[in-house]
Design a protein around this ligand. Structure first.
Ligand code: ZN
Length: 300
């Protein structure tokens, strides 16, 4: 098993990207608007998008004129989660890793996914959460599984009245997505319900627990977020940075990173168990079977 190429399934390298621009970036009135741009696939996150997001956060960080960052998704939904079934799913594409994590594509068995998710999922999310400027997530429609991770790394979350939040991966035998902030975003018993039942949580219920800051209609979403961003732009730059760090530090004192590390290893134990007992690391499920199970559960 020393031959790296032998470890790559040829089917998996047959990647068809539908766009060269999986993320759009624009600066308006000192606010960087970072928008996921795979609306045809409900902004499913592939590696191409992850690195484009990281490029956008880096660009916004390095531009002194930018004082606030907004993260949203073009189209009907914020994000349906990690890409587990589009033609652009690029599980086996190598990227230039940025977090002192080695490349994943030539790694055998469980090491491949463990390495990839350390860089692309939990590593990137932590990096964006700690960006030195205030961030606002702008959430409409679905915010599911990997989508939660992107909303949760932001300092503030504005959701539409038809937004919903869901982490259904217990259906795959997996204890939640990789950036395990569930019990920090929700009270523990509610987090258990959210994970164990895997049901959709409405924006209204999420707001009751403080997971969402504001709820607006779709036609007010951009305007509301722009108004909040304008206030942040007018605040002192260093103050914004220190204030968000102060709260992030409180979360660390509450053990957030340690909790995530513990869950990361359970998460990968579950992936490995799935690989041993089913047809893939997702318990034999894929985007299609997850979508139909979700529909059955929602009674659609
Ligand atoms: Zn995973």
């Amino acid at each position: 098993m020393n031959d790296a190429d032998a470890l790559v399934d040829p089917k998996q390298v047959d990647i068809v990207y539908e766009t060269d621009e999986p993320v759009t970036y624009e600066v308006v009135d000192r606010v960087a608007w970072i928008m996921m741009n795979r609306p045809g696939f409900n902004n499913a996150q592939n590696g191409q998008m992850t690195y484009a997001l990281d490029d956008a956060f880096t660009r916004a960080t390095n531009d002194d004129d930018v004082r606030c960052i907004v993260l949203g998704g073009n189209g009907k939904h914020f994000s349906a989660g990690h890409d587990i079934g589009t033609p652009g799913r690029d599980l086996h594409r190598p990227f230039e890793n940025r977090l002192m994590v080695p490349g994943h594509v030539n790694k055998p068995a469980a090491e491949l996914l463990y390495t990839r998710e350390k860089e692309q999922y939990v590593g990137m999310c932590r990096r964006w959460r700690d960006v030195a400027k205030p961030t606002i997530a702008m959430v409409q429609g679905a915010c599911v599984a990997g989508g939660l991770m992107l909303a949760w790394v932001c300092d503030l979350i504005v959701a539409t009245d038809d937004a919903f939040f869901q982490d259904p991966v217990n259906r795959m035998g997996i204890p939640g997505v990789e950036y395990f902030a569930h019990a920090y975003e929700l009270p523990p018993r509610v987090a258990k319900e959210f994970l164990l039942l895997g049901e959709r949580m409405t924006a209204q219920r999420a707001e009751q627990f403080g997971m969402v800051n504001r709820i607006v209609s779709r036609d007010q979403l951009r305007e509301t977020v722009a108004g909040m961003a304008a206030k942040l732009v007018a605040q002192p730059r260093l103050g914004n940075w220190l204030t968000k760090q102060a709260i992030n530090h409180v979360e660390e004192l509450m053990g957030k990173r340690n909790a995530m590390e513990a869950q990361y290893h359970m998460h990968h134990f579950a992936h490995a168990q799935n690989d041993l007992t089913s047809t893939n690391s997702l318990g034999g499920l894929d985007a299609k079977s997850m979508a139909s199970a979700n529909k059955r559960q929602a009674g659609d």
